[in-house]
Design a protein around this ligand. Structure first.
Ligand SMILES: NC(=O)c1ccc[n+]([C@@H]2O[C@H](COP(=O)([O-])OP(=O)(O)OC[C@H]3O[C@@H](n4cnc5c(N)ncnc54)[C@H](O)[C@@H]3O)[C@@H](O)[C@H]2O)c1
Length: 408
């Protein structure tokens, strides 16, 4: 049968061709108008312009390429056998983000779960996009279903203004949140480490505090949501261990400081450093005779990892036994920062513990752990961090928090 081209199709095609030709002519006209509008330009000048344009486009492409291939801190390669899948709740917070750095650099697969109540994405942003890293925006008060080998359970506001801001939420995070994480550990047979606190000892009558001491906590005071929340979280851990054979580790963490502390979290170290740096009065609550022992964050991270990977399942104190009164500490910071901040006293806080110093015999015996970073070294690093934060916030610039390599 002879093949016939329908007249309508030919008409449509010729219309299309006309339309294309007209469009090309219009664009050519516009191009001519703009390119040769300046009749004084010679063909050589035109060639130079074109070359410059091409160079500019090439450099833009290079910048885009660099942005696309993000550079990550160096990580070790671990074989499938040695690599663990590790969940860190509260991993975008101060301590959690340092733990993330260390585990990532060791070559593990790390998942961070955080509701960003006090944590910040930028604490871990240098890992976003890495094949071993995942960040989940999730509130642990709700159950979570993932497959992991180890769980570092750190999610909870930690500074008094933060945990007192919404006491019911603090209680829910430490009770329902801990139950959810223990449930997950049971389901997937993971080991769980709870970040507990020296606050479980309350305002202690025993000094220094060892793990045998049961504490002296006011169950209805302003700090109770946190202190009792952590105490019941510990109770839950050991109930799951006894009844469900879940492997648990409990770290009782004493005051810790270092870079990535939140500017306004109201903790002693950040308050004093920021006040001194801005030449404001340094505020001490009460007479300043109450004592604290401060550990640098990299020491704590070492301790948490040793405990997680040890065979020891009873609670372990992690802290630096070097004890200072709050007044001494205010003076130390003022003398390092310089300036002429006055030290002023304000009304004492309710239920503020009077003496705080860890007995770390257990950590030394079972983990071979003791803090290594001298107070002055840690303070200088932290001052440098806050100086940067202040300078950048004055210029509305972003601050990048690359992994802290301080290991002594
Ligand atoms: N830093 C210290 O001096 C210290 C001392 C004792 C105990 N601890 C414990 O260590 C842990 C970490 O403390 P930090 O100093 O890093 O505090 P942080 O406030 O910087 O970090 C806590 C993190 O938990 C997240 N979080 C809070 N509630 C959550 C929820 N419901 N769901 C998901 N994420 C939630 C926050 O957004 C934040 O990222 C806490 O459990 C704290 O109790 C810290």
């Amino acid at each position: 049968m002879p093949y016939r081209i329908p007249i309508r199709m030919i008409q449509r095609k010729s219309k299309m061709l006309c339309f294309c030709a007209v469009t090309v002519l219009i664009f050519f006209g516009i191009y001519q108008t703009f390119t040769f509008a300046d009749s004084t330009r010679t063909p050589r000048a035109f060639g130079d312009d074109l070359e410059n344009e091409i160079k500019a486009i090439e450099s833009k492409i290079r910048i885009l390429e660099q942005k696309g291939s993000k550079k990550f801190p160096e990580v070790k390669f671990l074989t499938y056998k040695d690599r663990k899948r590790i969940l860190i709740t509260g991993g975008a917070g101060f301590v959690g983000s340092h733990l993330v750095d260390r585990l990532m650099m060791q070559g593990h697969e790390v998942t961070v779960v955080d509701n960003f109540f006090t944590g910040r994405k930028r604490n871990v942003e240098h890992w976003i996009g890495h094949e071993n890293f995942e960040l989940l925006h999730h509130d642990i008060v709700n159950p979570l279903y993932i497959e992991v080998d180890q769980i570092y359970h750190l999610a909870s506001p930690a500074s008094p203004p933060n945990y007192m801001y919404n006491p019911i939420k603090t209680l829910k995070t430490n009770t329902l949140g801990t139950i959810n994480m223990l449930g997950l550990a049971k389901r997937v047979r993971a080991r769980l480490l709870l970040a507990s606190t020296s606050e479980v000892y309350g305002d202690p009558e025993l000094h220094p505090q060892n793990e045998e001491y049961w504490g002296h906590v006011n169950p209805i005071g302003p700090r109770a949501c946190y202190d009792e929340g952590k105490r019941v979280a510990e109770t839950m851990c050991y109930a799951y261990e006894k009844q469900e054979n879940v492997e648990v580790r409990v770290a009782r963490i004493f005051n810790t400081f270092g870079p990535r502390m939140h500017m306004n979290d109201g903790r002693v170290v950040s308050n004093f450093i920021l006040q001194a740096l801005q030449n404001e009065s340094i505020t001490v609550y009460g007479e300043g005779e109450q004592t604290r022992s401060f550990q640098y964050v990299s020491d704590l991270v070492d301790g948490l990892m040793s405990l997680m990977n040890s065979n020891y399942s009873l609670p372990v104190n992690l802290g630096n036994p070097e004890e200072h009164t709050i007044m001494e500490f205010a003076r130390i910071i003022r003398s390092i920062v310089g300036g002429d901040s006055k030290i002023i006293k304000k009304t004492a806080m309710e239920d503020d513990p009077q003496r705080r110093k860890p007995d770390i015999t257990r950590a030394m015996k079972y983990l071979g752990w003791s803090p290594k970073v001298p107070l002055m070294v840690g303070i200088n690093k932290t001052i440098e961090y806050f100086q940067n934060e202040l300078r950048r916030s004055r210029h509305s610039e972003r601050n990048f928090h690359m992994p802290d390599t301080l290991q002594i």
